[in-house]
Write a protein that binds this ligand. Structure first.
Ligand SMILES: [Zn+2]
Ligand SMILES: [Zn+2]
Length: 90
């Protein structure tokens, strides 16, 4: 790997791109990309939703029960992953 500034060389640069995380997971009839997502699996009596990170998962799980992500003000991406709403009106 070379330092920045060498990017205009006429050579293939695909090698790094293939290392981008494209791990695809399927569970509870949902498919998502990325190993860092937090999935609330129905096999563990969860709701089946997929959250952007473990913090969101914690937010939706209170006292052993699942809360509705919508009620928490989360947004769902096109791939079905629940994320924090950026423009969350208070
Ligand atoms: Zn699952
Ligand atoms: Zn859940």
């Amino acid at each position: 790997m070379t330092a920045a500034g060498d990017a205009r060389r006429d050579r293939p640069a695909r090698r790094g791109e293939t290392e981008v995380l494209t791990l695809r997971l399927t569970c509870c009839e949902r498919t998502w990309v990325g190993p860092d997502r937090a999935h609330c699996c129905r096999r563990h009596r969860g709701c089946g939703h997929v959250f952007d990170d473990p913090d969101l998962w914690d937010d939706h799980r209170r006292a052993g029960r699942c809360l509705d992500p919508l009620a928490l003000g989360l947004m769902q991406t096109a791939t079905g992953v629940w994320i924090r709403a950026l423009d969350n009106p208070h």
